[in-house]
Design a protein around this ligand. Structure first.
Ligand code: MCN
Length: 794
């Protein structure tokens, strides 16, 4: 028997190559005599460009070309808006190279192409740009204040978007409320900081007119479409390959980034390979960022702690451009009520332009902000009503029988009404409480206190609409000689382990081992249709497309085997890489079946020789080897298009020890009870949660981009931008609940972002709890820095 793969913790197939250093990243691609690009970037947050003097740079030995906006022909235009939305008052997108104005420090002004990076950098330093600096208001609230200097002169009040959605009647809830809790919470600007910065390399074959681009992208097919349109090339002449990618976390989704289009452009113009790899500083100042919102949240509740209504008004920092429209604040707005049955909602935000790096989705995409706001507000409500923090949540969580739970009036990112499809929220909370063991914790706390140590616990709940459409597809075929099964999708992986989990999805249907599956993604030649890896969507959307494709291939294989053996299809089984006739016990390798389906072409190989044993039977049963209308080979292709998002959720808790003098936090325990539907690979799911929680700890305690008042980032390096190391990571206690999603055949929900969402709220709650005996106040800002903690005690 072939052991089932779906649901088991198979080791990640990709790890040996990563661990041995054999994996190829964009910078490792061997190009013949490549040129290197470097960029001249704006040192001003907001300025008018009076002139650019390129003479010295052009005279530099080894410089091949220097481009400004005026030298790039049709490319000198604003990039298209990727996701329009009616709430956008004034969408603005960036040009590949600034033309008359710059809008943030780091914006690309000119590109140098030279024989190597050293020369390119030296020449970039010789470009003289005369800037006329303009006044700026960098900080979000300051940019939103009346009379603030404008980022875009024609955008009044720096207002990029104004969004209002209403469910029920929040005003009526306010009138009925016996208790009102109001808070202002804030999440500071941060960045994904993938360990491999962004990179792009391009080769143009002048004889065929074909362009090959290696890109650290999360969406190769979208890059191909974008390049075709921007470079005015036929799409079929462009191949985009995302090789191994060292983390993306949203930052490597299509921006379009200037280098992504200018490097291929230069390769075409110059007829030579061109490459660009960001250095760390460029990744900080040139690649997109996120977080940065200020929420004013109000809960209208009864004295018993039942939340009747919620009002959330928030400001979202859009940065200087809105390539993704309002995706980040929209997701925050539609996640603000979390897992709670709050019937009356008023959510409203303003997206504000600031003269800073543009904001696009970063792991969690608006949810960590929303979770921080609602969970902090619930903690406050509990305190004000004298309720336990578990109890306030228990009273408001959606009950199992209430699913699907619709939030009428709230429209999600996919255009459908927000509808939490399934879950066992109360069970998650109960499991969390059991695992935390409050009685035991209180004993530990008392002991610690006797030693002058301050312990506290915190908790938070999150929900996440995962698996956004519109669709993904897959193709599978049995190689007629080797019998290996090739599976291709239009996605790409940045470390999510698709090559393993998706192979597991196919293996069970075909009765083969994982080594029998060749999984290909990240190459536009592999599969022509698809969208990309983001929004925790691959397991749901591509996973189900692959599953349908595998079912289809299975059915075809069974039909071919039945013809071959001359028996009914019901009698055929697939196992151990072979087809079996359950009646006679005869069997044949998958390669043989695939070959029989087209025997003549393979007359000189072993599989075909094996197949000839069956040709007599086959001919007797069905006539010629390839009957009219029959296809040679065994292959299939299918697609999956979700009706709406499927909602994953979880409850996290932590026990912390706070050094009240130094403001230092040690996370002693971290617990995560979560539900991502049926798990394809629990070990991968746990890995995703760990990575997410690590990033969440970064966002909760360390990571913040320190913009100064002039718009320069003061900590654009890995010394000053603090991130958690392994030493800051607690041991994680992860508990799985598997409530199958009713919205897709596999019953899966996404998990890629889940880990990071609740961490800030959990740690704020825990630190406050630890310091309460010292008269501590509230932690309403992320990240929670040592000075904030010390400030609680003053
Ligand atoms: N999985 C599973 N069972 C489930 C759900 C998921 O076994 N019920 C598996 C999937 O098959 C896949 C992995 O878990 O191997 C993640 O699946 P999914 O939640 O669908 O997320 P995506 O594959 O769409 O990845 C995107 C998501 C996002 S949005 C960010 S941001 C993120 C993340 O994944 N960036 C990552 N995880 C990351 N992990 C790494 N190492 N690097 C990144 O850049």
């Amino acid at each position: 028997m072939t052991a089932p793969h779906f649901g088991t913790s198979s080791e990640r197939r990709i790890d040996p190559s990563l661990l041995r250093g054999a994996a190829l990243f964009v910078d490792d691609i061997a190009l013949a005599d490549p040129l290197c690009a470097a960029f001249v970037r704006s040192p001003c947050a907001r300025a008018r460009i009076r002139s650019i003097d390129l003479r010295a740079a052009r005279q530099c030995a080894g410089v091949i070309a220097v481009y400004t906006a005026r030298d790039i022909g049709v490319l000198d235009a604003e990039f298209p808006l990727l996701i329009p939305h009616p709430a956008l008052v004034a969408a603005r997108t960036q040009r590949p190279l600034a033309r008359d104005d710059v809008f943030y420090v780091g914006q690309t002004v000119a590109m140098i192409v030279a024989v190597n990076r050293y020369v390119a950098e030296d020449a970039a330093a010789l470009v003289e740009v005369d800037y006329e600096p303009l006044p700026v208001a960098v900080e979000l609230a300051a940019a939103a204040a009346p009379g603030a200097p404008l980022v875009h002169p024609d955008v009044t009040a720096n207002l990029a978007a104004h969004f209002v959605q209403v469910a029920g009647d929040a005003q009526a809830a306010a009138a009925r409320a016996q208790h009102v809790t109001r808070l202002t919470v804030r999440v500071e600007r941060s960045t994904a900081a993938p360990l491999e910065p962004r990179a792009v390399a391009a080769v143009f074959d002048r004889s065929s007119g074909e362009l090959t681009v290696w890109d650290t992208t999360q969406a190769p097919l979208a890059v191909r479409s974008g390049l075709a349109s921007l470079l005015e090339l036929d799409e079929h002449k462009i191949r985009v390959i995302a090789p191994h990618v060292g983390g993306g976390f949203g930052q490597k989704l299509l921006f379009f980034y200037p280098d992504e289009v200018l490097v291929p452009f230069a390769a075409m113009r110059l007829g030579r390979p061109v490459k660009f790899v960001e250095d760390r500083r460029e990744n900080f100042i040139g690649s997109s960022q996120e977080r940065a919102q200020i929420h004013q949240i109000t809960l209208y509740a009864t004295k018993q702690g039942e939340v009747l209504g919620l009002r959330d008004e928030f400001l979202h920092d859009a940065g200087a451009f809105t390539p993704y429209g309002i995706v980040v604040p929209h997701v925050a707005a539609t996640s603000i009520a979390g897992p709670y049955r709050i019937p009356n909602l008023h959510v409203e935000f303003k997206a504000i332009y600031t003269p800073t790096v543009p904001v696009t989705p970063y792991r969690g995409c608006g949810r960590p902000h929303a979770c921080f706001a609602i969970e902090r507000a619930l903690d406050r409500l509990a305190e004000e009503l004298g309720l336990d923090r578990f109890e306030i949540r228990r009273r408001n969580l959606i009950r199992d029988h209430e699913f699907p739970y619709r939030r009428h009036g709230l429209v999600f990112q996919d255009g459908a009404t927000v509808e939490l499809d399934s879950g066992q929220y109360l069970r998650a909370l109960t499991l969390l409480a059991e695992r935390l063991d409050l009685a035991q914790f209180e004993r530990e706390r008392a002991q610690a206190r006797a030693q002058g140590r301050w312990l506290g616990f915190g908790l938070a709940f999150y929900v996440e609409g995962t698996g956004l459409g519109p669709y993904e597809g897959a193709a599978a075929r049995i190689h007629p000689i080797t019998g290996k099964i090739h599976v291709a999708t239009g996605l790409t992986s940045q470390g999510q382990g698709h090559e393993t989990s998706f192979a597991q999805t196919v293996a069970d249907q075909m009765g083969v081992g994982l080594d029998d599956i060749i999984f290909v993604e990240g190459d536009t030649r592999a599969f022509d249709w698809g969208v990309g890896t983001y929004a925790s969507r691959a397991a749901v959307v591509a996973g189900n497309a692959i599953y349908k494709t595998a079912l289809n291939l299975r059915a075809r294989t069974i039909a071919a085997a039945a013809r071959m053996f001359g028996v009914p299809a019901a009698q055929i089984e697939l196992r151990n890489g072979r087809v079996w006739d359950g009646g006679s016990g005869r069997s044949a390798a998958l390669a043989t079946v695939a070959t029989v389906a087209n025997p003549l072409r393979y007359a000189f190989n072993e599989a075909a020789r094996a197949a000839t044993q069956f040709v007599g039977t086959y001919a007797a049963a069905g006539g010629p080897a390839l009957a009219n209308g029959q296809q040679p080979g065994l292959e299939s292709r299918d697609y999956f298009s979700p009706v709406r998002a499927t909602w994953a959720y979880g409850a996290h808790a932590a026990v912390v020890e706070v050094d009240a003098e130094l403001g230092r936090v040690a996370i002693l325990r971290y617990l995560c009870v979560h539900d991502c539907g049926r798990m394809i690979n629990p070990a991968i799911v746990e890995g995703q949660l760990m990575g997410g929680i690590a990033q969440g700890i970064g966002g909760a305690l360390y990571e913040q981009l320190a913009y100064d008042a002039s718009g320069r980032i003061q900590n654009a390096n890995f010394v000053d931008f603090l991130m958690p190391f392994a030493s800051e990571m607690p041991n994680l206690d992860i508990v799985h609940i598997e409530t199958p999603s009713p919205l897709n055949p596999l019953g899966v929900k996404g998990v890629g972002e889940a880990g990071c969402i609740a961490v800030g709220a959990v740690l704020a709650s825990a630190i406050e709890d630890a310091l309460k005996p010292l008269g501590g106040g509230s932690l309403l800002r992320l990240p929670i820095t040592p000075d904030m903690i010390c400030g609680l005690l003053v």
